[in-house]
Ligand binder design. Structure first.
Ligand SMILES: [Zn+2]
Ligand SMILES: [Zn+2]
Length: 394
């Protein structure tokens, strides 16, 4: 692969770092060992400043170029794992039962470490590179917590960039997209209260199970009938809880699920109609519903100029043939969205697929493809060199 030669030269070392992180996965805001490993490596590479303890376990490295400059960019990787029991059978499989790097954040962290090593060694840029190693992407919005703790006041990047590996695309293929690239996320929580009764005498009660069934069905009418057919939105009720015996109508039923959308207007519509639908359907049956719509992550929206810069860096690393436009966004969520709300920037996908049967992220048999480590590291490094150019030499 036409990547930075200096980075290719330590591909084996990066693979060893990645597998070490893989063997020691940690959940959101508990990335204590991971943060320690990151900070130790940054120190060994000669990074100018290392700040730890942001959002509990976040780490920020600062590298200054060989020339002074007013420009600064932020490069971001996520560090957390998932509550999944690993089934890869890899020799470096998780040693932390029930916790697994099933989304490849071990790979993202390693790619940014690789870029840090190269940039600290070569410093072929003018200005400042901030390395943002964030906790808690999967749950808890670590990026938002870092921002609330003053990330951009302390480390004022002009633009921010990140990437996610994508096992369903060929290894080494970059995918870019302007505008929304991933969806906004909300949790739905509905409690329906009726009146408990004997299962044989429903007329003496108000059956919340039946109400719940009607609410679930009616909620599917929101996307189908209220949303402009050209817009995108999802409502999924994924969790249904209630009852305890064959012959008892319970007092309450709880429904939970998720909603996804790409634009603020659609998010507002889904929220308003979810609450109206649940409450009014319940009322029609003589029950009550308390519906909550908890917004978690905003949509991940790529700013056009930054996307063009990110694409140019990808072409410099992999060539035009392996850089493609994503035909449409995915409805998955991503907390880099919080950084993109504050700063212009872009979030790219980097294919990591080995073949048709490659498990998707969040699968117990998924494993990050080490082949793409130098590709991602080179992309981060190229962004720094292209966006923070040194003065032309006479
Ligand atoms: Zn994930
Ligand atoms: Zn992920």
């Amino acid at each position: 692969m036409p990547i930075h030669n200096r980075i290719a030269a330590f591909h084996d070392e990066m693979t060893a770092w990645r597998r070490d992180l893989h063997a020691h996965p940690e959940l959101a805001f508990q990335e204590v060992r991971t943060a320690k490993v990151v900070a130790e490596k940054l120190a060994a590479f000669g990074v100018d400043e290392i700040h730890t303890g942001l959002a509990t376990t976040g780490v920020v490295g600062v590298i200054r170029g060989s020339e002074p400059g007013a420009g600064a960019i932020g490069l971001r990787a996520d560090m957390d794992a998932l509550p999944i029991h690993e089934e890869t059978g890899a020799p470096y499989a998780s040693t932390n039962p029930g916790v697994m790097h099933a989304c490849g954040h071990d790979g993202h962290t390693t790619m940014l470490l690789g870029a840090a090593r190269y940039l600290a060694e070569t410093r072929n840029f003018a200005g400042t590179v901030y390395l943002f190693f964030q906790p808690a992407e999967e749950f808890g919005g670590g990026a938002e917590v870092m921002i609330k703790e003053g990330l951009f006041e302390r480390f004022p990047a002009d633009r921010v960039f990140g990437l996610h590996n994508w096992p369903k695309a060929p290894a080494g293929t970059f995918m870019w997209r302007t505008g929304p690239v991933m969806a906004a996320v909300a949790g739905i929580d509905i409690t329906i209260t009726g009146k408990g009764a004997h299962g044989a005498m429903p007329n003496l009660g108000v059956d919340p199970v039946l109400v719940g069934a009607h609410v679930i069905t009616a909620l599917q009418g929101i996307v189908a009938r209220n949303l402009d057919p050209v817009d995108s939105g999802v409502i999924s009720i994924t969790w249904l809880e209630g009852g305890f015996a064959h012959n008892v109508i319970p007092e309450t039923v709880r429904l939970r699920g998720t909603a996804r959308w790409l634009s603020r207007e659609v998010g507002d519509l889904l929220e308003r109609r979810t609450i109206e639908t649940a409450e009014n359907i319940a009322r029609a049956f003589g029950a009550t519903a308390k519906a909550e719509f908890h917004r978690a992550y905003p949509a991940t929206v790529n700013e056009p100029e930054s996307t063009a810069l990110a694409r140019a860096a990808a072409i410099a690393v992999q060539g035009e043939a392996r850089v493609a436009e994503m035909p449409r966004p995915t409805m998955g969520g991503e907390d880099f969205a919080f950084m993109l709300e504050r700063k212009p920037g872009a979030y790219l996908m980097l294919g990591g697929g080995r073949g048709e049967d490659d498990p998707a992220v969040h699968h117990p048999k998924y494993d990050f493809n080490d082949e793409i480590l130098p590709v991602g590291a080179s992309w981060f490094a190229t962004l720094a060199e292209q966006l923070l150019p040194r003065a032309a030499r006479p």
